[in-house]
Ligand binder design. Structure first.
Ligand SMILES: Nc1nc2c(ncn2[C@@H]2O[C@H](COP(=O)(O)OP(=O)(O)O)[C@@H](O)[C@H]2O)c(=O)[nH]1
Ligand SMILES: [Mg+2]
Length: 326
């Protein structure tokens, strides 16, 4: 199938869409060709990141938010990077049933990503998948990730609006601060606020939030209470997303954010490609720690690294001299 045909077909053929996502995830050689062409069709979708500790209710919120956007007639794509997510089969049966409500909907596409065995960065790949959904005509792209590691944070950072989901259990706010979640949140959701201690938790988080430097022009992250399992507070969450979106648009920040994301992606791709090429040219498997320099001295990894970079540079220069592209 021609690249232009694929791009045309992913708009209403779920099978082809699904196949393309798999091709990208498994880094099939042709997928880059499609990604190159596809970018021209991107830029319409609004990207929302949902992160927080395992069990906080991220999937439940994702489910509720999705239903809400569907009522507005918007198409929703969900990219779930969570080994414990119902989307990947890690949760209770009750969750799966609830998920199937949106799972059966033609206007919803749920894609879970494998967290291991990824050569290129996980975050980069999640962004590529999001671009595919964007080009396929999805209006909303939700990233659900567990807020634990750097790569998960990288994923949500690629979103236009990021919400961090916490629960009343004591110490959650402190944990979130430690994990770097405070910095990336555009707003907080205190889910399970049907549980005791929710008022104290809100106060604790507000205290931390309002301590930060801000002026009348800056966005101050707020905290909203929800009981996602009962669909309580979800309308307010949707409203907050809208509010943040308008803020970004009015201040020209959405464009800035997206440009920054664009530059970052270029850097990532260059890094990925260079590293791949380098290790292809200089397989390091043969190098052993016992290697000795001249007088029986051990060779430092720094010396090796410099040698590899130097010979790569030389090779590139030679290539230019011969008028070759590689
Ligand atoms: N009591 C209570 N339970 C909830 C609420 N929201 C979700 N849950 C339950 O908490 C569990 C974990 O939810 P899930 O959405 O899978 O969390 P995730 O790991 O963050 O995606 C599930 O059993 C949900 O039914 C809530 O607001 N109150
Ligand atoms: Mg989940």
């Amino acid at each position: 199938m021609l690249v232009t045909e694929i791009i045309e077909q992913i708009k209403d053929n779920r099978k082809i869409l699904s196949r393309l996502l798999t091709a990208i995830e498994s880094e099939s050689p042709r997928s880059e060709e499609v990604l190159r062409e596809l970018y021209n069709h991107c830029g319409n979708a609004y990207r929302i990141g949902i992160t927080g500790p395992p069990g906080a209710g991220k999937s439940t919120i994702t489910n509720q938010i999705t239903k809400h956007f569907r009522k507005e007639g918007k198409k929703v794509a969900i990219i779930a990077v969570d080994p414990t997510s119902p989307f990947t089969g890690g949760a209770l049966l009750g969750d799966r049933v609830r998920m199937s409500e949106i799972g059966m909907d033609e206007g919803v596409f749920i894609r879970s990503m494998a967290t291991r065995g990824s050569l290129g960065g996980l975050a980069g790949k999640a962004r590529d998948l999001a671009d595919v959904f964007d080009a396929a005509g999805f209006d909303i792209i939700l990233f659900e990730t567990v807020g634990v590691g750097q790569s998960e944070l990288d994923i949500v950072e690629a979103a236009d609006t990021v919400m961090v989901v916490l629960v009343p259990e004591s110490g959650d706010a402190i944990q979130a601060m430690k994990a770097g979640l405070m910095e990336i949140a555009d707003f907080f959701v205190l889910n399970k606020s049907d549980r005791p201690g929710s008022e104290q938790a809100v106060t604790a988080i507000k205290t931390i939030l309002y301590m930060r430097d801000h002026d009348e022009n800056s966005w101050l992250p707020d905290i909203l209470k929800t009981v996602a399992s009962e669909n309580k507070g979800i309308t307010e969450v949707i409203a907050e997303i809208g509010k943040h979106k308008s803020y970004l648009e009015q201040k020209g920040k959405l464009l800035n954010k997206r440009s920054e994301r664009f530059r970052l992606r270029i850097k990532e791709i260059v890094e990925e490609k260079l590293i791949r090429e380098l290790w292809h040219l200089y397989p390091t498997e043969q190098i052993g720690e016992s290697e000795t320099g001249g007088e029986g001295k051990k060779v430092s990894p720094y010396i090796y690294a410099e040698r590899i970079i130097q010979s790569y540079k030389n090779k590139t220069l030679q290539g230019e001299g011969n008028g070759q592209s590689t």
